[in-house]
Design a protein around this ligand. Sequence first.
Ligand SMILES: *Cc1c(COP(=O)(O)O)cnc(C)c1O
Length: 381
Amino acid sequence: MNFIPLSIPNIGRQEWELVRECLETGWVSSVGSFVTKFEEEFAKKVGATGAVATSSGTAALHVALKMAGVEAGDEVVLPSLTFIAPANAVRYLGGWPTFIDVQEDSLQMDPSKLASFIEKDCIRVNGVLTNRHTQRRVVGVLPVHILGHPVNLDPIVSLAEEAGLFVVQDSTESLGSTYKGRMIGSEGVSCFSFNGNKLITTGGGGMITFQDKKLADRARYLTTTAKDDSVEFVHNEVGFNYRLTNVQAAMGVAQLGRLDEFLSRKKAIHHSYAEGLAELGTCAMVGESSWAQSAFWLNTMRLTDPNTDRKVLHKLLKDVSIETRPLWQPLHMSPAHEGSWFEDCKVSEVLYKQCLNLPSSTGMTDSDLGRVVSVVKGIVS
Ligand SMILES: *Cc1c(COP(=O)(O)O)cnc(C)c1O
């Protein structure tokens, strides 16, 4: 029985060749032509004006939030159901994540919960939006496009504009997806990740996209230690060493060239699961919302039958070498973020209990897919 992993890199010849070029020429570190090339091609691909490569998606979020003006004691609104990195990035700046619930169908941040938070839980203190429970200043919204699928962005952006909040998007799981036909990354400020299990990988890495070249220049400055004089080493502020290396960028250029291939394979994998598991009434694949074309980074199965425990299913699949993974412990329950304020996040809790992500690597074969479908069917029915 071959092992079927959840989501692993798909590395081809082009990656080898471009990385080899770096090694042979000695351009291996944070200076080199591939970094710029990767940034330019990435910006073009997602329809952004500028893109800045970073050492990780978390680093991208840290810098984007700093540029948005997050300061110690500020609150930023996040969905409870997400990987922990964006909440951590808020804390790196001394800020606090504030968690709201997600929508049951899309699994994404619920705009109506943002509206009710602003209306019912916030007041204006000297004109400043303030969480009346914590007395902390509320400065921004951080929607996270989870699992390859875009958040319903328009209502969130309007609410934020009305309330004077910034929006920074965490698009780390959703490169290549579109919202109402618009590419994720083509609006506002968006952060991406090239960790090993993401849509494209550089081993580790990230990107921030902007629609304003000046902002991109500022991000590049901050990620390269904020150096103002490269001869005398004069720094006018405290910067970061968050630059992607040329070797990683070379891999990124090659992977980006294969994004369309990956996206179409991801879509085919989704359709196989959706069709293969359709006749089981007690579980369903999470699909696309009306506004979305998903990148289907991970395929999520929802078990609505109270007699099917996702922990048991996970274990039974593991016993036959099929790797699956639940969603994340909702962050309003996370010990790491104790002290954060949250609204009732019941939907996140239910989804956390009921959902399991199925193997979704682009390199998985049709026979692997068939095996996952038949094993899942056998267990669930
Ligand atoms: C992967 C991920 C990140 C962080 O990316 P790294 O490159 O691993 O630092 C941030 N947010 C979400 C939602 C992610 O899934």
